[in-house]
Design a protein around this ligand. Structure first.
Ligand code: GLN
Length: 534
């Protein structure tokens, strides 16, 4: 029978619930158990696809094309399992299902209510994840903070699950804050006590506490928390601030959180295979060199807007024992004609242009791409970054001065990037994105082939516009190689420019498939080229 682990948060947001959930999952997996993860987000948006990245950070895309919260990226990077549409549920998704059922008459005349109709729908999502994944453990993180109006229905659903499945099948981890008060120079437990009280008022007694704290807590603090919160001392875990989030699973392992869970479930504490993760930490703690890579985007004031891209650069750096320092550049700031690009990119050994939507800042990105191309600086373009790379090339090498995308200019004389004919019809009916995995065939004897070392790959997508094949010939004549193609729809997936040291761009998002112990091939070779300068 599936065991359910829930991770709630108290006191303040931003305590690292997602990392806590992912770390617990990693530890259980390392003991040979099959795990699956999901996140509940209490907001009304059906998914984060339409949310502003500056507010919400990046949208993470699963292989089956679900636009999800960035925490799912942490989950996949930690547990190295592909998650799916059952992994991210929002209030909006739940409400729209309930309303749809109500309209169809599925409730047979009943008055539709938060309890039981909405809570049943939430419970179904938890159970569905267990059934469809076949996992022994489903670890569910509840977004928001206990006590928020928004999350109260989710908490109520979890209470019902605890009642239905019993303590032998459910485990609640509550993450809280233990603040340090200067002056009295003490760590304080009161906010945690109050937050556990809030949870108990809602009918849930947590089984473990994960306490975010600047210093390890003393036995007396743990004893006090244990007494006030009715939680065994050994289930009170410190989450001491760390420089590197990948350290957390090891810190939790040392405090035996996974053993506490297995004990409650009366499951065997199998040997943990955690050495590979310890090796990763040793690598990360002992990086020998540094390299600066410029990331030119329009949401750079919130680094989380490019979380997976930044992580992917770091992962590739780990492989070469090199710390990747990101030079965050606001693309709009490059549009000023007085900007000295040599100064901006002075120490940057590689230039990356990531994905994005809309026309703001694109001319700045095009300037950065031109600079990379003309100065033989390793370049990686992702999604919008690929589209702008071909626009730049068409304008400045092929002499197609008006080259642009119909995303930026509705009436575009030279639509190098455009909607496909069949898409145009659909777009008129509300628009649609190409999401999730699509196959790409790689041409032999190309940089892409050197990177992937295979001719068929699957990569995740999130875009609407495509390279317009009418311009293929002229770009090819001028030296662009179309090294990756989706054969089914004849769509361009990867382009490269062999006259350059390392110039490659892709229509998909490789950053979603990079793992700390397995850098993505495109990031690997880009970071390597940036380090080596060849
Ligand atoms: N805006 C572009 C498109 O829709 C690129 C999207 C992206 O970079 N994710 O095709």
């Amino acid at each position: 029978m599936t065991k359910y682990i829930f991770v709630t948060g108290g006191v303040v947001s931003g305590l690292g619930k997602g990392i806590t959930a992912a770390s617990v999952a990693l530890l259980l997996k390392s003991r040979g158990y099959k795990v699956f993860m999901q996140k509940f987000d209490p907001y009304i948006n059906v998914d984060p696809g339409t949310m502003n990245p500056i507010q919400h950070g990046e949208v993470y895309v699963t292989y089956d094309g679900c636009e999800t919260d960035l925490d799912l990226g942490h989950y996949e990077r930690f547990i190295d399992e592909e998650l799916n549409y059952t992994s991210n549920i929002t209030s909006g998704k739940i409400y729209s299902t309930v309303i749809e059922k109500e309209r169809k008459g599925d409730y047979l005349g009943a008055t539709v209510q938060m309890v039981p109709h909405v809570t049943n729908e939430i419970k179904n999502k938890v159970y569905e994840a267990g059934i469809s994944s076949g996992a022994e453990f489903v670890i569910t993180e509840i977004g928001g903070t206990v006590g928020d109006i928004e999350s109260s229905t989710f908490i109520e659903a979890l209470r019902q699950i605890q009642y239905e499945k019993g303590e032998e099948n459910t485990f609640f981890i509550h993450t809280t804050l233990i603040p340090y008060i200067f002056g009295s120079n003490e760590l304080k437990t009161k906010p945690t006590q109050n937050s556990v009280k809030d949870l108990r008022n809602m009918g849930i007694r947590p089984n473990a506490l994960v306490c975010r704290t600047p210093f390890p807590t003393s036995d007396s603090i743990k004893n006090k928390l244990s007494l006030f919160c009715s939680i065994p001392v050994e289930n009170i875990i410190d989450a001491v601030d760390v420089k590197n989030i990948y350290q957390i699973p090891i810190n939790f392992y040392n405090q035996k959180i996974d053993e506490a869970i297995l004990k409650q479930f009366k499951m065997p504490i199998k040997q943990a295979n955690i050495k590979y993760w310890q090796d990763l930490i040793d690598t990360v703690d002992n990086l020998k060199d540094e390299v600066e890579i410029a990331l030119v985007g329009k949401y750079v004031e919130l680094h989380d807007a490019y979380l997976s891209v930044a992580e992917s650069l770091r992962h590739a750096g780990y492989k070469y024992k090199t710390k990747v320092n990101i030079n965050w550049i606001d693309s709009e700031s490059l549009e000023d004609s007085n900007v000295d690009l040599k100064k901006v990119f002075k120490n940057s050994k590689g230039i990356l242009v990531p994905g994005g939507f809309g026309s703001r800042g694109i001319e700045g990105k095009i300037k950065a791409i031109k600079f990379a191309r003309e100065n033989n600086i390793p370049f990686l373009g992702i999604c919008l970054g690929m589209q702008l790379a071909v626009i730049e090339f068409a304008r400045n090498v092929c002499g197609i001065k008006e080259a642009s995308s119909t995303e930026f200019k509705e009436v575009c004389p030279e639509p190098i990037i455009d909607l496909m004919a069949d898409q145009k019809a659909i777009t008129n009916m509300g628009g649609t994105l190409r999401l999730g995995n699509y196959e790409c065939t790689i041409k032999p004897n190309t940089l892409a082939y050197e990177d992937y070392k295979q001719n068929k790959i699957l990569e995740r997508h999130r875009h609407r516009y495509e390279f317009n094949n009418k311009y293929k010939e002229i770009l090819e004549k001028n030296g662009i190689v179309f090294s990756g193609i989706n054969e089914q729809s004849n769509l361009v997936e990867i382009i490269e420019y062999p006259k350059h040291k390392h110039f490659i761009a892709c229509q998909f998002h490789p950053e979603f498939k990079s793992r700390p112990t397995k850098p993505h091939p495109l990031f690997d070779s880009f970071v390597k080229a940036s380090i080596k300068g060849d």
